[in-house]
Ligand binder design. Structure first.
Ligand SMILES: CC(C)(COP(=O)(O)OP(=O)(O)OC[C@H]1O[C@@H](n2cnc3c(N)ncnc32)[C@H](O)[C@@H]1OP(=O)(O)O)[C@@H](O)C(=O)NCCC(=O)NCCS
Length: 461
């Protein structure tokens, strides 16, 4: 009899979990034109079709810059530029529309191959840029408003709306609008949970860019995730180094991600469209395949101060009485103060947790507790994720927990049960054989390599 491969079963479980968690969520995909010319494009379309068919609301914004350049050149139309913006003249706009719709049609073709219906539409209300510093910008426009009702109707029918880089004024005049701008406006207006920025370069990595030391870097030098504050720091340093007016695409994308994040998009993923399966890996694995910019949910989590100790003891007391937590004295907490973090909302502490080092590259996640009035809001999960990130940054290779009542929860978070013998020696010696806590652990090397999919952690609400 063939033995079932556990990792693939786990993967299927995680995928189903994720699917149900994000069922009905809107995700916007901004895809640059060169991606459509890469052999991996058909796989990307397959993956988007799969997402659309399984309940995700997929919106596509195709970039068409290179195609427009080629069409204008073919018809010998010379463009003038103002800074980075091409001035689209009245003579050029029919050719720009032709190129934009040609690109959009390639997406229809890709999705049709997987039997997903898509609609290219006039979903963008635009207005002209007018005259800027004496230059008539003619048919160069900006987003006035995204016509969300029309897009929602299309999504409701299970179809994929495609937004070419053209917008129309209320009187029907067409304008060429940058697709980055459309993607940003659409993500905000549609309340997208994710914006994917897909292009054909390796993205942001150490070596090519000045990256602050504390930022998490993947095995290949890829920047894994960034908070908006970190993005600002990177942009500032690198723009200063490169000088003004440099059109560096990875930095432009980072700026777009920052704006989207500030506009309320929870996660922005910048990925290389030439990498087969990159979207799925970014969605389904903790460390993904690209660079993720996420709204800084950690800002509510901070180290414990001495003044917080009475508060967390109060928080823990009922849980100690229920046998969920071991009793700790103020002195014990004070001695290990640096290990503790708290979740503060409106000036008071509503959850806490700690990471204790036990040597042998292992850390114990302990004292995780949420105020009963604040349960089921993702606080506990965020504390655990924060402590896991801290453990990774501190080069630990494994974290474990001892639990009497919460094993299901840790299992849900990606931990697996193991025996007392797996504990570091000094922790093993202190193991309370009367309390008989269960031991659950998470292999951090597997988390970093992406072979353990701690998705339940990566997408805490
Ligand atoms: C476990 C605990 C920290 C979770 O806190 P929280 O802030 O409510 O956690 P989250 O909001 O991130 O997760 C809530 C989810 O976990 C589930 N959950 C909570 N406690 C659970 C448990 N003991 N077993 C299984 N699932 C549990 C909830 O039903 C909820 O599920 P849902 O998302 O499907 O609705 C909190 O219940 C607690 O303080 N428990 C007592 C202390 C404890 O046992 N700590 C662990 C030992 S270190």
């Amino acid at each position: 009899m063939t033995k079932t491969s556990l990792p693939s079963v786990d993967l299927i479980r995680e995928a189903f979990h994720y699917q149900s968690r994000f069922d009905g969520s809107t995700m916007v995909f901004k895809i640059d034109f060169p991606v459509t010319q890469d052999p991996a494009f058909s796989y990307l379309m397959k993956d988007l079709a799969l997402l659309a068919r399984t309940g995700f609301r997929v919106v596509i914004v195709p970039g068409a810059k290179e195609r427009i350049d080629a069409v204008l050149q073919e018809y010998r139309i010379v463009s003038q530029y103002r800074g980075e913006s091409r001035i689209t003249t009245a003579a050029a706009i029919p050719f720009v529309e032709m190129a934009a719709f040609d690109v959009a049609t390639r997406f229809i073709t890709g999705l049709s191959a997987d039997r997903v219906d898509a609609v290219i539409g006039n979903f963008v209300r635009a207005r002209g840029l007018g005259v800027c510093e004496g230059l008539d910008m003619e048919n160069t426009g900006t987003v006035d408003r995204i016509l969300t009702d029309s897009i929602q109707r299309v999504l409701h029918l299970g179809m994929v709306p495609i937004l070419p880089c053209i917008g129309w004024s209320p009187s029907g005049k067409p304008y060429n609008v940058p697709s980055d701008e459309i993607a940003l406006a659409a993500s905000g207006a549609l309340g997208a949970v994710k914006l994917f920025i897909i292009s054909v370069h390796e993205g942001l990595r150490t070596g090519a860019y000045a990256i602050p030391k504390h930022i998490e870097v993947g095995a290949t030098g890829r920047i894994v995730r960034l908070t908006p504050l970190e993005v600002e720091a990177i942009l500032e340093t690198n723009e200063l180094l490169q000088g003004p007016g440099i059109q560096d695409r990875p930095l432009q994308e980072l700026r777009l991600a920052l704006h989207a994040s500030k506009a309320g998009v929870e996660r922005v993923h910048i990925i290389d469209g030439r990498e087969e399966g990159a979207v799925l890996r970014e969605l389904f694995s903790n460390l993904g395949a690209g660079t993720m910019v996420y709204a800084d949910e950690y800002e509510a989590i901070r180290p414990l101060k001495t003044a917080d100790i009475p508060g967390i003891l109060r928080l823990m007391e009922p849980l100690v009485q229920q046998g969920n937590l071991v009793r700790r004295t103020p002195k014990q907490i004070q001695e290990k103060r640096g290990d503790y973090v708290v979740f503060e909302i409106d000036g008071s502490v509503h959850a806490c947790g700690a990471l204790h080092h036990w040597g042998e590259g292992q850390g114990e996640i302990a004292a995780v507790a949420t105020d009963p009035a604040y349960t089921d809001m993702g606080l506990g999960r965020r504390i655990v994720r924060y402590l896991i990130d801290r453990a990774i940054k501190q080069d630990l290779h494994r974290v474990f927990v001892l639990t009497t009542h919460t094993h299901d929860w840790f299992e849900f978070l990606g931990f697996t049960e193991c025996g007392v013998e797996s504990l570091p020696e000094c922790r093993r010696k202190q193991y309370d054989r009367i309390r008989k806590s269960k031991i659950f652990a998470l292999d951090l090397v597997a988390v970093i390599e992406g072979t353990v999919l701690a998705i339940n952690l990566s997408d805490a609400p």
